[in-house]
Design a protein. Structure first.
Length: 168
């Protein structure tokens, strides 16, 4: 999945989500502003300046070797996802205090920033992955859709699955 977010003064204005097999030209077609590129996707990571004509000439690529404001206290920084690194640093720049940075996507990440350093965190399956796993790894549980308003106490199998994903 290719993801892009556009921010104005710290507020997210627009988010794009496209399949990972989307051609780079399609991904950036029609975009007229980019401040940075952070990508684990080879098609984007390797494009280094080969952007379509509609793109600004100045593109800042962000990678693990970039100059980050946070100190790194992570045993394997070469394996730390750029999404986690970028969000922890951006949140630190915004709040300048100890933080727990939580993101919810394919996976849920919990990242600790303390005393100006990225300390580490945890990664767990995202909501859709949890629903899918219960269906795929049991013989009788159905695949149900998430419901953020499901009660904490499920009174049906569907409600119990939703409560389990929402609460646990």
């Amino acid at each position: 999945m290719l993801k892009a977010a556009f921010f104005r003064q710290g507020e997210s204005e627009e988010v794009l989500l496209l399949p990972a097999d989307t051609h780079v030209d399609e991904f950036v077609a029609g975009l007229n502003r980019w401040l940075s590129v952070s990508s684990e996707v080879e098609a984007l990571a390797s494009c280094s300046g080969h952007w379509p004509g509609s793109m600004p000439k100045k593109v800042k690529r962000i990678n693990r070797a970039s100059n980050w404001p946070l100190e790194m206290h992570y045993d394997t920084p070469q394996t730390l996802g750029l999404d986690r690194l970028l969000l922890a640093n951006a949140t630190w720049l915004e709040f300048q205090q100890d933080l727990l940075v939580i993101t919810m996507g394919t996976c849920i990440t919990y990242n600790i920033v303390k005393d100006g350093a990225f300390k580490g965190g945890a990664i767990s399956p995202g909501l859709q992955m949890r629903f899918r796993a219960m269906k795929d790894y049991t013989s009788d549980l159905p695949l149900v859709k998430g419901n953020p308003e499901a009660p904490i106490l499920g009174t049906s199998t569907e409600g119990s699955l939703q409560a389990g994903v929402n609460v646990a």
